[in-house]
Design a protein. Structure first.
Length: 95
């Protein structure tokens, strides 16, 4: 099973994570102070009912990772999502 977690920026320093399994809400959304915290905690929360996890932020995806790997690499995954989103914005502005 793959848990998909969409992370939305609600306000500066407030991120809401929406976890779904097969397009159905897996549990209530949680609020976090940072993207990497959301990734780490959502991956840890997936242990036992999902083997893999994917995180989406601003339409950008981390790809699919094993739950333990995502938790251990939360900072790197968060940095990658933010960098991808920044590149997308630069691309859109240059058009």
């Amino acid at each position: 099973m793959i848990l998909t977690v969409e992370i939305d920026k609600i306000a500066p320093g407030i991120y809401e994570a929406h976890p779904t399994l097969g397009g159905v809400a897996a549990r209530e959304p949680e609020t976090y102070d940072r993207i990497d915290t959301a990734i780490r905690q959502e991956a840890l929360g997936a242990e036992g009912f999902a083997n893999f996890v994917e995180f989406i932020y601003g339409g950008m995806s981390t790809g699919t990772y094993e739950v333990q790997e995502a938790s251990a690499n939360a900072s790197n995954l968060a940095n990658r999502l933010v960098a991808l989103l920044a590149q997308l914005h630069l691309f859109e502005e240059s058009r």
